[in-house]
Ligand binder design. Structure first.
Ligand code: MN
Length: 742
């Protein structure tokens, strides 16, 4: 994962001069000179001069065939943020277009997407908005991120994790959605390297082990097809390429779909590039003549392009040794779109969007439009994920019209996609003549028929909101309920709310509701309780997201802890503020310590302990309302039961030990082991492995555990991993030693 290549301006010039496009060379030269001067003296984490970064970004954009202004903006993309140069300077020197591209990239960079809270969905929407204004901003940002990922090994570990997470979850999917396959695959594979190094290295190892066999295999197929194609007069000699599936593509199949390496049929593929569409079908015929096609493995993305514009014929056939492989057939034009996506349609001269680009960005607008009706960040995020995926299915209406939907789409999504009214009036759905449940997952090629009601008042069911997968269907359902009779929404909302209160055992008088829910009401811009009920009723406010907070609020304001009401005598008799009574609290100690639910203390909080009757010590935060009330009441007997407690330094109790794991070697073994460790919160080093006879392997892993219980538990779980013969503490010398950090 190292990139030693350094891009120089000469290399950029060389690319520009040999390009078949026309560039404003003097503008690019002066952009470079300006950037070089502005970044003078600055360095990358790698120690190299900073300017190599904007150069590398510009190089990627040249490869995509982007225009002069985009190249200039790439060279200048970090000057406003990292140097004294200003937006006005860029505007006067390079014009409005370059300056606003730089501004757009700077703003995108400042939107943090690595956060778990509600801001995340909001921020992704902000990115989509910026993209909708000028998609070149996102294309520059993707190339910027690509170079940062290529050089990520120089950054501190937490930065690596953050960037890799962000890239995998936001930037790579956006690249995919824009059809920029090449960049998407590289971003995913680089992210994987940091997010799951074990999984990554296992796939690499598998690929390396089979390298020779694979190359022979591909060459023999290429030759055989080429030989046969020679007999046919093509407009231009077809090009035949061998292709190996990306590391992340393999990873997904193996670790997420649980296939073996050998079961991934498209791990090897051969690609045939021709001049015209009819030639594509001709080649497919010839391939099927040479090799037997596998049933249900022919995909015609030429007649039915993917939503990101991808077109190609795919067919999986059986090789001579019975090894299946995939053949992809497409024109050179389609190939360009497949690799570069939306960038392939960038007509640099006009500097305007082409129809193809409009199509390629329609989804952005659809998402932005649909999200306007929801303010539940989790829902926005999950629908975003589905809407961002370029994988989709094609379902037919009985009349034969194709409807494109994201994978996992249901008949509800199908109905709403055809027409809003068909969605609202749907009673049930038939797939291939059979009635299916509404949460049925539709598959490509199926014919789906929606049976609607004649009743003019018929509307959707509230439960559909949780079944539908697309933001389109959800927002239409929500809109219906919003428009629907307000009274019924209020009633439904109130019933749902009270049911939830009963479920969570929250008992508050109805006259307190307004005060109790005041925060949530304000957040969802409801000025009255009725508004709040109505929003719950039509689904604009999701109860399940709010309820956990209610419980805390309730405990804080309405419940006097059981401890306070107890009458027995204290077990320990402490004297307040006395060092001798100080208890050092070990987070994992076996003594009966529990953390009070009213204030949920976390390590690092200032804490006090309350001696309960027979339930050990209950730990509260010093700012807990219960503790505060006790202080205010100032009753000596009560006060005596509160102890001063402190957190221990947990690093001083961690122990290191070696584990010997004997197992049959298999793909996914390391992944499973590291998953067990991760789940148990145990850190481990990269294992030493020794291959033994009979396909067995001995792994020696150094781990850090808190105590014997944790160790015993993790050993037990390791033994349950498939293939593992035994898992024991190593009997070697470097056993259980106390390690003290610092
Ligand atoms: Mn940058």
């Amino acid at each position: 994962m190292t990139e030693d290549r350094v891009v120089t301006f000469d290399m950029i010039m060389e690319k520009i001069l040999t390009s078949d496009k026309q560039y404003d060379i003097s503008k690019i030269v002066s952009a470079y000179q300006f950037a070089a001067k502005a970044h003078e003296g600055q360095h990358r984490s790698s120690g190299q001069p900073y300017i190599i970064h904007p150069l590398a970004v510009a190089e990627s954009l040249l490869e995509l065939g982007m225009d002069t202004d985009t190249i200039c903006a790439a060279l200048l993309h970090d000057v406003v943020e990292d140097t004294p140069a200003t937006d006005e300077q860029l505007r006067s020197l390079f014009g409005k277009s370059v300056a606003s591209l730089v501004d757009g990239v700077t703003k995108l960079t400042q939107i943090p997407v690595f956060r778990q809270d509600q801001k995340k969905a909001e921020n992704i929407l902000k990115m989509l908005l910026a993209m909708d204004e000028d998609v070149r901003v996102m294309i520059i940002k993707l190339c910027d991120r690509l170079h940062n990922m290529r050089t990520l090994q120089f950054r501190p570990e937490h930065k690596q994790q953050q960037q890799a997470y962000e890239t995998m979850n936001v930037y790579a999917p956006i690249a995919g959605r824009l059809g920029m396959k090449k960049i998407q695959e590289e971003l995913e594979t680089l992210s994987l390297y940091y997010l799951d190094p074990f999984g990554y290295s296992e796939i690499v190892r598998k690929f390396e082990n089979t390298k020779e066999e694979r190359e022979q295999f591909i060459v023999s197929i290429k030759n055989r097809i080429a030989e046969r194609l020679k007999e046919i007069p093509f407009q231009q000699t077809p090009e035949i390429q061998g292709r190996v599936k990306s590391i992340y593509g393999m990873y997904k199949k193996i670790f997420k779909e649980h296939r073996s390496f050998e079961q991934v049929y498209d791990r090897y593929a051969v690609r045939v590039l021709v001049s015209t569409m009819p030639e594509c079908y001709l080649v497919m015929g010839i391939v099927h003549e040479l090799y037997r096609p596998l049933k249900d493995r022919i995909k015609d993305y030429i007649a039915m392009p993917k939503e990101n514009g991808y077109q190609s014929l795919h067919t999986t056939v059986l090789g001579r040794e019975g090894i299946p492989f995939e053949v992809q057939i497409r024109t050179w034009d389609m190939h360009k779109t497949a690799e570069y996506g939306i960038a392939a349609h960038w007509k640099y001269k006009e500097g305007i969007r082409t129809d193809k680009m409009e199509e390629g960005l329609a989804w952005v607008r659809k998402i932005l439009e649909a999200q306007k009706t929801s303010d539940d960040p989790d829902e926005i995020l999950s629908t975003l994920k589905i809407d961002l995926s370029p994988d989709n299915i094609m379902v037919m209406t009985p009349k034969g019209d194709a409807v494109t939907l994201p994978i996992k789409a249901t008949p509800i999504d199908f109905a709403y996609k055809i027409h809003t009214e068909i969605g609202h009036k749907m009673m049930y759905a038939r797939v291939e003549g059979r009635i299916v449940p509404l949460d049925y997952e539709l598959q490509t090629g199926q014919i789906c028929e929606i049976i609607t009601s004649k009743d003019p008042n018929k509307g959707p069911n509230r439960a559909w909101m949780n079944i539908a997968k697309t933001s389109e269907a959800k927002s239409k359902i929500r809109a219906w309920f919003k428009k629907e009779n307000r009274q019924s929404n209020i009633e439904a909302g109130k019933t749902m709310l009270e049911k939830e209160l009963r479920r969570s055992r929250i008992r508050i008088p109805e006259e307190d509701y307004e005060a109790f829910f005041s925060y949530d009401m304000k957040r969802h811009s409801c000025s009255t309780l009725e508004d709040f009920y109505a929003s719950i009723g039509y689904g604009g406010v999701s109860i399940s997201k709010l309820a956990p907070k209610w419980k805390d609020l309730y405990l804080k304001n309405y419940v006097h802890t059981e401890e306070n009401q107890s009458e027995e005598q204290p077990i320990v008799k402490p004297v307040e503020k006395n060092v001798t009574n100080q208890i050092i609290l070990d987070e994992i100690s076996d003594c009966a310590v529990k953390f009070a639910q009213c204030c949920n203390p976390l390590k690092g909080d200032e804490i006090v302990g309350f001696v309960t009757r027979g339930h050990g010590l209950s730990v509260h935060r010093t700012d807990c309302i219960n503790y505060r009330t006790m202080l205010a009441r100032n009753i000596p007997e009560e006060r005596e039961r509160w102890l001063e407690v402190q957190w221990t330094d947990n690093s001083s109790t961690a122990m290191r030990t070696n584990l010997d794991i004997l197992s049959y070697d298999r793909v996914g073994l390391m992944f499973d082991i590291s998953a067990v460790m991760k789940e148990a919160g145990i850190s481990m080093t990269v294992p030493q492995s020794h291959n033994l006879r009979g396909g067995r392997v001995l792994l020696v892993i150094n781990i850090q555990v808190m105590n014997m219980n944790q160790l015993t538990a993790v050993l037990e779980r390791l033994r349950k991993i498939s293939g593992v013969i035994s898992a024991e503490r190593a009997s070697s010398a470097h056993d259980m030693e106390n390690t003290k950090k610092n």
